[in-house]
Design a protein around this ligand. Structure first.
Ligand code: WTA
Length: 631
């Protein structure tokens, strides 16, 4: 192809085309939607199964679909064990750098030893197949070991992002009813030690289900250890029971692999459940095809393993594909704004996958920081988490990728498990569009009645088919899963993503943003209701509303409206105190940008806060239809 680029379309170079794992998107796409089961069965064949499946897709209880039912597999058998039998055995699996310069590397063989020991430790603490283990850790290798150790023995992990705080952790432990918590004494962020264990201690006071807490020693913090409950991992690993071999437990393809809590429109976060079989097939296939993974690649997904991006594309997809993964613990601009560029040069990273918010954040320091470094090892770049604005896209493309690296903008969700819309490296790119559906997926943009809208018109993003990586349910709340995401249109179950989007004349999809009250703050997904409950838990507050307003760097910034209890004086000091309170309950990322004291909130007659009215007022926009407003 190699057509000249225009300001709006970027074509792949001949070099990119020549080495592509998949060179003809259109042909493969046609096949994948005409014979969806055939396509996915072929992908599943590339994995190791203990027992082959009976059916590829079971639709008998839709929208509760089953994939590869009757098959037996374990994702760890694919992510680690099978690599030990070939040349990957001594290949680097994880390269880790701590913020303060510490370095640790693990070959696949070394990774296996760590995971086996950890799995034996979990067994010795009574963890059994199907038990939910909560993990609350900084970005250290032990976080990955802990996840894989759970999966290896058939236990279900529930990772809570290490940047969350007490209430966020406590409510997730409670919802999953975990008996075991894995944490660390602390982590590092911008040169400071973050005291995770004391946050975990407070959370455990609120969540009595925890009987055992396994703590990793990661820094120099003095922490309290409760003798009958808290154990140091290094002490447990020194016991004879923690031998360096451990059999991988065969699990059913549909057995749960993990729960990941994510924010929705209302109420408590939902525990999305993913499985061993379909998820393994989906994450490895998407990663291999969209990012053209080669055996010698050094892959860096600069997300936190505690979010879905990290689960699917730091841990599972890349390890199944036998890649070498980079893991960095700290902030992108610590101690200087060249930290990431230095890592790319030092380790010869080939593919960088990150978020628009990180790119915008680094872009503001100027070109001189990346220009100090040799970034020529980079072959592909990726983006995820929110729409990427064309300005950031072009900077990423020209300054970081030197004009030669396609940008793989991937649209997906915690619920989808892996990429749903994304280019392949050979796809001509339009900055700001995630381009076309990934194989097997048919996506339409529809109006409120589920009818497809015309090209270039905004509507709801709808997925018309099941896919192997889809979440199977909301933990302990199947009804909520069905009600929240699925609608029957023309006699078929369709998945509604909660995003608005447009399709242009070339069939390129442009995702606009959420249509519900989910916020994307620096790429992190948060619900307005969680911020509101954190505010209301403060003794001075009766009621609160949170909205997301556009923010140049963060995507969304949280603005809050607070009604105080009678007699409480509204002043700046209290506003600061409330911000800090949300930070302590939920985590720093949820701290509101602004707290405004008000006497009333716009509500519907049925008492629901009309956040869209607050938002429109704050932005000086038309308030829209006010017919349901009480007042
Ligand atoms: C948004 C993150 C535009 C979208 C993997 C989605 C995106 C939500 C993109 C899911 C993208 C994610 N372009 N928007 N490339 N990727 N989003 O569950 O609104 O943290 O619904 O999953 O992020 O967020 P989540």
């Amino acid at each position: 192809m190699n057509v000249a680029n225009t300001p709006d379309i970027f074509y792949p170079s001949q070099e990119v085309i020549d080495q592509a794992n998949v060179s003809d998107y259109e042909a493969m796409y046609k096949y994948s939607v005409e014979d969806r089961e055939g396509f996915w069965a072929e992908q599943a064949e590339t994995l190791s199964w203990f027992k082959k499946w009976d059916t590829v897709l079971d639709e008998s209880n839709a929208p509760f679909y089953k994939w590869f039912d009757g098959g037996q597999i374990n994702i760890v058998h694919n992510a680690i064990d099978r690599h030990l039998e070939n040349a990957n055995r001594n290949k680097m699996a994880i390269i880790w750098e701590g913020e303060n310069g510490q370095k640790r590397n693990f070959s696949y063989n070394g990774l296996n030893r760590e995971v086996c020991q950890f799995a034996n430790v979990l067994k010795s603490m009574g963890v059994e197949k199907g038990d939910v283990v909560t993990i609350y850790m900084p970005q250290i290798p032990e976080l990955v070991f802990a996840m894989l150790a759970c999966a290896k023995i058939g236990a279900v992990h529930s990772v809570v992002y290490g940047g969350f705080s007490t209430e966020a952790l406590a409510s997730r432990i409670d919802a999953a009813h975990s008996r075991v918590l894995i944490t660390a004494d602390g982590g590092w962020r911008r040169g400071k030690q973050i005291d995770l264990k004391s946050i975990a201690d407070d959370a455990m006071k609120r969540s009595p289900s925890i009987e055992v807490c396994i703590c990793v020693k990661n820094n120099e913090l003095d922490v309290e250890m409760e003798p009958s409950r808290d154990f140091w991992l290094h002490d447990l690993k020194a016991l004879p029971i923690a031998g360096s071999t451990c059999e991988t437990e065969p699990t059913e393809a549909e057995d749960p692999l993990f729960i990941l809590y994510t924010s929705g429109t209302t109420g408590q976060p939902k525990g999305m459940v993913h499985t061993h079989g379909g998820y393994a097939v989906y994450t490895s296939t998407t990663h291999r095809m969209a990012f053209d993974i080669k055996p010698q690649d050094r892959w860096w997904c600069a997300a936190d393993p505690g979010w879905i991006t990290g689960h699917s594309y730091i841990v599972y997809g890349p390890l199944i594909n036998g890649a070498t993964i980079m893991l960095y613990e700290g902030a992108p601009n610590y101690p200087y704004p060249n930290r990431w560029w230095q890592i790319i040069e030092n380790y010869g990273i080939n593919i960088l996958y990150t978020s628009p918010t990180a790119i915008r954040g680094l872009m503001r320091f100027g070109e001189r920081w990346p220009k100090k470094h040799d970034l020529s090892s980079l072959r592909l770049l990726g983006s995820v988490g929110e729409p990427i604005n064309p300005e950031a896209w072009k900077w990423y493309h020209s300054v970081i990728g030197n004009g030669k690296c396609p940008i793989i903008d991937t649209w997906w969700q915690t619920e989808t498990g892996g990429f749903m819309i994304c280019p392949l490296p050979v796809t001509p790119l339009k900055p700001g569009s995630a381009t076309k559906p990934f194989f097997g997926n048919e996506i339409t943009i529809v109006n409120d009645d589920g009818v497809e809208v015309a090209a270039n018109e905004e509507g709801k993003l709808m997925i018309n088919n099941p896919w192997p990586g889809m979440a199977r349910t909301v933990y302990k709340d199947a009804q909520r899963y069905k009600d929240l995401y699925w609608a029957e249109v023309d006699g078929k179950w369709r998945y509604l993503a909660g995003d608005s989007a447009k399709k242009d004349d070339d069939g390129y999809i442009w995702v606009i943003g959420r249509i519900d009250e989910v916020l994307k703050v620096s790429g992190y997904r948060l619900g307005t209701s969680e911020v509101e409950s954190a505010l209301v838990s403060h003794p001075s507050v009766t009621e609160a509303a949170a909205v997301g307003l556009p923010h140049e760097l963060k995507g969304n910034a949280i603005h809050t409206y607070v009604i105080l209890k009678d007699g409480v004086v509204a002043d700046n000091k209290l506003a600061l105190e409330l911000k800090a309170h949300v930070g302590a309950e939920m985590g720093k990322i949820a701290m509101p940008e602004a707290v405004e004291f008000v006497d009333s909130l716009p509500k519907t007659r049925s008492g629901k806060i009309m956040r869209r009215v607050l938002k429109a007022r704050a932005l000086g926009q038309d308030e829209g239809d006010l017919s349901t407003l009480e007042e």
